[in-house]
Design a protein around this ligand. Structure first.
Ligand SMILES: Cc1cc2nc3c(=O)[nH]c(=O)nc-3n(C[C@H](O)[C@H](O)[C@H](O)COP(=O)(O)OP(=O)(O)OC[C@H]3O[C@@H](n4cnc5c(N)ncnc54)[C@H](O)[C@@H]3O)c2cc1C
Length: 460
């Protein structure tokens, strides 16, 4: 029997989910609070981009959209670190041919909505969910024209983001666990325009980082030659947004900490004054499924800080794994949703932890010589023993078969081993010497191959 599915939230995850369910023959309605971003009247501001990696692309391939997105993406092969004196250091993300992709958030959302429409999804815009009915997998919406919309179906998904209304209703039900924590840093988006000829003012195919220990700025390229910059800085304290209230203070701060970027940012003061300071939250909750019929997905289930560039990728992976669960369990949605939660909740918790840890790596460790030295040794060992060591970044970013929780576990074990290797005197003296290489080999030969628990549903 055809199932009727309602999805609250037509952001990145909701629109991919709608497309994938419609392709499986379900009747799908996607209801979004904002107006249609594809309409002429929708606000067209400056590009905001995000990093898409293998997990996201694999989920998009299920909808036949991965090549469309690759076509509008800019590959980023590594990090370019800019120190305070203006020197640059490059660190590749993986091996030759491995890269992440800078994609326009707006274009991605529009592409996904159009794909959903093509698959027959009913799209409803300007309708904000105000109430959720667990018994009937239903919801009520306040519409832009003043009317009220009520929907019911077989299953309701909350894909309505970090401040989910669907989750909000769950929060006031018995035995629902919920935590929300803000980090002390906020962020503000800034801008490097293209040069006069439409070219890039700094290296195009990298993710730029200006690490300053307790804070940082990053830059991702856009197809129009510009870069979207994001400043991550404490909200309060001696060096913080709170201290940057006048143009003079902003200019002095940038002159001191980002002198090489200042000449590239002609609209710095205007952007700083105009663009909001936004906070960064981690949300964890359980269960994700109520009454076997109402489920959370994407940021609604697991909002994380953006430092691993995985929030959207994780939400897209939720969609892929959910489709696998549906394929395995057929019409038995209760089992499919239970299996989805069993597989994805640990993954969501793990990427939340990894994302928090990666902030320290990006803003501080990437500027540290020992860290860069370790990365080089790790890369060499991985090349020689790919079944025994996989760098954590590679597992998270360039694999879609290793669940995040497995990447976290394996990464912790590898940390211990790498510390052992890096304390070998010959490695400290010169890790490329024959003696050091022999000692590294001695450690690696005794190490078993990595065993990875599957992130896919059990076949029945
Ligand atoms: C600064 C920053 C940088 C990031 N960079 C990356 C990155 O590089 N890579 C990456 O993978 N991830 C990144 N992320 C995370 C990524 O943006 C999110 O994980 C992703 O947008 C989640 O998608 P979603 O559809 O679950 O939620 P959202 O994108 O938040 O979509 C939710 C949708 O629900 C709608 N909605 C909300 N409430 C209601 C309601 N009551 N009724 C109806 N509709 C409603 C909203 O309007 C919205 O359209 C970043 C996040 C931030 C903050």
């Amino acid at each position: 029997m055809t199932k009727t599915i309602n999805i609250v939230g037509g952001g990145l995850v909701g629109s991919l989910l709608a497309t994938l369910l419609a392709r499986r023959g379900m009747r799908v309605r996607l209801i979004e609070r904002r107006p249609d971003p594809r309409s002429a009247s929708a606000y067209a501001g400056r590009s905001i981009n995000l990093a898409m990696s293998d997990r996201g692309l694999r989920a998009l391939s299920l909808a036949g959209l991965d090549d469309d997105i690759r076509a509008i993406a800019i590959p980023m092969h590594g990090r370019m670190m800019h120190d305070q004196q203006g020197s640059q250091t490059y660190q590749p993300y993986g091996t030759e041919g491995q890269f992440i992709n800078s994609v326009s958030r707006g274009e991605l959302n529009k592409t996904l909505l159009s794909a959903a429409e093509r698959e027959g999804v009913e799209l409803v815009f300007s309708a904000a969910c105000t109430h959720v009915d667990f018994d009937n997998a239903g919801a009520t919406f306040a519409c832009g024209d003043g009317s009220t919309l009520k929907v019911e179906g077989d299953v309701l998904f909350g894909a309505d983001g970090a401040f989910s209304q669907v989750r909000g209703r769950m929060q006031i039900s018995d035995r629902f666990n919920y935590s929300q924590s803000y980090i002390e840093h906020s962020y503000k988006e800034l801008h490097i325009p293209a040069d006069q000829t439409g070219g890039f003012r700094i290296e195009r195919n990298v993710l730029h980082i200006w690490p300053r220990h307790s804070f940082m700025m990053i830059g991702l390229p856009n197809p129009d030659g510009s870069f979207t910059l994001t400043l991550f800085l404490a909200h309060k304290g001696p060096v913080s947004f709170e201290q940057l209230t006048t143009s003079e203070q902003v200019q002095a701060f940038f002159d001191e900490y980002f002198p090489s970027a200042v000449p590239l940012m002609p609209s710095l003061l205007e952007d700083f004054a105009t663009n909001p300071e936004s906070s960064l939250v981690t949300v964890r909750c359980s269960p994700w499924v109520v009454n076997d019929r109402v489920a959370l997905i994407g940021d609604a289930a697991h909002a994380i800080v953006p430092f691993y560039g995985q929030g959207m990728n994780c939400g897209f992976e939720d969609c892929r794994v959910l489709m696998e669960c549906i394929d395995v369990h057929g019409d038995d949605w209760a089992s499919a949703l239970r299996e989805y939660e069993r597989l994805r909740k640990p993954a969501g918790d793990a990427i939340a932890d990894l994302a928090l840890e990666n902030f320290v790596e990006m803003r501080d460790k990437v500027a540290d010589a020992r860290f860069l030295w370790r990365k080089k040794i790790e890369a060499r060992i991985h090349a020689e023993y790919p079944s025994k060591l996989i760098p954590l970044y590679t597992m998270v970013t360039f694999s879609s078969d290793i669940p995040y929780n497995e990447a976290l576990r394996i990464g912790r074990e590898q940390d211990v081993m790498m510390e052992q290797i890096m304390s070998i005197p010959s490695v400290i003296a010169d890790w490329t010497s024959a003696e050091a290489q022999a000692e590294i080999r001695a450690v690696m030969e005794t190490r078993p191959d990595i065993v990875i628990a599957s992130g896919s549903p059990r076949q029945r």
